[in-house]
Write a protein that binds this ligand. Sequence first.
Ligand SMILES: NC(=O)c1ccc[n+]([C@@H]2O[C@H](COP(=O)([O-])OP(=O)(O)OC[C@H]3O[C@@H](n4cnc5c(N)ncnc54)[C@H](OP(=O)(O)O)[C@@H]3O)[C@@H](O)[C@H]2O)c1
Length: 321
Amino acid sequence: MRAAPGPTRLPQSLLVLGGTSEIALATARRLITRRTRTVWLAGRPSPALEEAAAHLRTLGADVRTVPFDALDPESHETALGKVFAEGVIDMVLLAFGVLGDQAYDEREPLNAVRVVRTNYTGAVSAGLVAARSLQDQGHGSLVVLSAAAGERARRADFIYGSSKAGLDTFAQGLGDALYGTGVHVMVVRPGFVRSRATAGREAEPLAVTPEEVATAVELGLRRRSETVWVPGVLRLVTSVLRHLPRAVFRRLPLYCGSGQRRRGGPEPSRWWSRGPALPQRGHPGHRTRRPRSHGSATPAGPAHRKPASPQARKPTITRSS
Ligand SMILES: NC(=O)c1ccc[n+]([C@@H]2O[C@H](COP(=O)([O-])OP(=O)(O)OC[C@H]3O[C@@H](n4cnc5c(N)ncnc54)[C@H](OP(=O)(O)O)[C@@H]3O)[C@@H](O)[C@H]2O)c1
């Protein structure tokens, strides 16, 4: 067993799960400029994975790739076992994930399941395997890329958000389970990040770059933080939003789903992906108070709605992230 990383708490060796993730690669680049010397990029085999490895090598790191598929939990023991068998790993960065396409996934449940299986089921499996290996070593950090979108269900991206909520809860519990073992679990909650995943989507206020997430990860490692918000002010913003009554929250522009789909992507589904579902004032269906839904998630039908104006449908704050 080797001693824990030095006083800086930054890793000498790094394993990235989701080896082509832009956020992960920005983090790897930053850590290589500090003290990281060995990097494993685990991901689905592709030219992009090899190119990412080649680029990190030019920065002076010893970089290797290993096949890893989040959707194949049965293979995780073998994939990660191979890496840990080669040497000590000071940090595992759980970075894989898919945003999905909310409107499309609502109509295609199997796609929704794929989002959830990747972001949640795959992360539970890989997270547990990584945690056990780190615990066997007696030290290390497991850094989990969660998302601010998991804080509260939003009409615009609740499939993705629910998968991140599950991941976040899992990672918090894992951190508590490993407390005192020498293994540190850090949950990172970025808002909107301008990366490949959000390409073609409208950037929002408080949007950050992958490099800004990397900076926050480094700071969190130095402080041995358990939770990191990126940007930091998001913690305050989500804290306010979390406590808004649902009747108010669902009227917020960010609740509206139309701006969430990719440009050129499928149209929002007729029933679920329109703007606010409340009947409009003056319409026969309008009531001063909305009747209780008795738990039904189905909004009022199209007959009760006017399409929202483009302005009203514009999200104003962190959406899928
Ligand atoms: N971008 C944002 O706004 C944002 C905000 C908050 C949190 N996050 C989270 O941050 C993480 C990284 O996001 P990013 O912005 O860096 O996106 P990205 O560049 O699109 O990276 C996503 C990564 O996930 C990998 N992946 C997807 N499905 C996989 C599977 N079945 N098995 C293995 N790897 C798989 C991709 O690999 P392939 O190359 O094989 O596709 C890629 O490496 C994600 O978990 C995301 O949810 C992103």
